[in-house]
Design a protein around this ligand. Structure first.
Ligand code: AMP
Ligand code: TRP
Length: 334
């Protein structure tokens, strides 16, 4: 039986992914490779909706790809590719722009938030149509499933609306995709402000564990993680966010149940918990960091893997785009 298609995307917006991206998204994507015909796209065209330094953008795109492969996305199972390598994304985005209402696009909350911060003259039209390019990313691959974080729910709703609208105006063309909201339980918090989500825009770099951090950096960050004063190792996110976050990280990486860790470390101090967490984080990230560095040293090999991914992606994307053009009434080029 053929596997259903799945697509997800990530921006190449940092030199290193963080532990939240890894546990909250990447490990789940790695698992889904077996059950789906998966497409994972690094969305460089989305990244340029805000100003980018060309050299850093190129570097971050390769770094993001290398970390995904190092963490277990397998280019022989899934298609891992760069969005700009598949011209159909920009082509379908144009078509979808033409069936999206101006008011409909204006209601996207992520655009409202981002443009409010910069002011309307500093926000590009590209930022405004960002969700429509995202809809094109998705619909080209006819996926049944799109695993994303909660913050992407509205963009997925728009994608479904556009797909249904196109189908009803021009005939069955797109599969209507389902958002598969990634597990809330996998949420990782900032080590310094454990009530806030771990994020690349952390106030204090000590709050953030990067996949590319060296062991001594990880040790320092975990040792200085904020806890509380009652001294009890107990999972209670509202009363004890810091300790609970450490327990969550430990459990996700080791596979040991939180209740077992609590029982095992009962009556030991936070120092013992932190030592264990540091150890499991360091040992889990070590092979990923090492493999990423190997891939980056041989960027020709990395580019070759991405070219193979783009080839598979292009094949599927071209097929969908051709149907779209035909159904729209465009004269097909010879
Ligand atoms: P971002 O780069 O922030 O857009 O994150 C990419 C994906 O990583 C999101 O869709 C989330 O599923 C996941 N993610 C980001 N931060 C965290 C976090 N602190 N905990 C768990 N998952 C996260
Ligand atoms: N907007 C998504 C984010 O910020 C990234 C993205 C672009 C995406 N295209 C996509 C996610 C297609 C899923 C499917 O996280």
């Amino acid at each position: 039986m053929t596997k259903p298609n799945l697509l997800s995307g990530m921006q190449p917006s940092a030199a290193s992914l963080h532990l939240g991206n890894y546990l909250g998204a990447l490990t789940q994507w790695v698992q889904m490779q077996n059950d789906f015909n998966a497409f994972y796209v690094i969305v460089d065209l989305h990244a340029i909706t805000v100003p980018q330094d060309p050299k850093i953008l190129r570097d971050n795109t390769r770094r993001t790809a290398a970390q995904y492969i190092a963490a277990g996305l397998d280019p022989s199972k899934s298609s891992l590719f760069v969005q700009s390598h598949v011209p159909a994304h920009a082509q379908l985005a144009w078509v979808l722009n033409c069936i999206t209402g101006f008011g409909e696009a204006s209601r996207m909350t992520q655009f409202k938030d981002k443009s409010q911060k910069g002011g309307s003259d500093n926000s590009s039209v590209g930022l405004f149509t960002y969700p429509i390019l995202q809809a094109a990313d998705i619909l080209l691959y006819q996926p049944t499933s799109v695993p994303v974080g909660e913050d992407q729910r509205q963009h997925l709703e728009l994608t479904r609306d556009l797909a249904m609208r196109f189908n009803s105006r021009f005939g069955e063309t797109f599969v209507i995709p389902q958002a598969q909201i990634l597990k809330e339980s996998a949420k990782i918090y900032d080590l310094q402000v454990p009530t806030a989500k771990m994020s690349k825009s952390a106030q204090d770099p000590k709050g953030l564990i990067n996949l590319m951090d060296e062991p001594n950096q990880i040790l320092k960050k975990i040792k200085s993680a904020v806890t509380d004063t009652d001294g009890e190792i107990r999972f209670d996110p509202s009363a004890k966010p810091g300790v609970s976050n450490l327990l969550g990280i430990q459990s996700s990486l080791s596979g040991e149940k939180v209740s077992d860790i609590e029982a095992r470390l009962k009556n030991q101090g936070y120092g013992a918990l932190k030592a264990e967490v540091a150890d499991v984080v360091i040992e889990s990230l070590r092979p990923i960091r090492e493999r990423t560095n190997e891939l980056l040293e041989d960027s020709a090999e990395l580019d070759r893997l991405l070219a193979k991914g783009a080839e598979k992606a292009n094949e599927q994307a071209e097929k969908t785009l051709k149907t779209v053009y035909e159904n729209l009434g465009l004269v097909m080029a010879l």
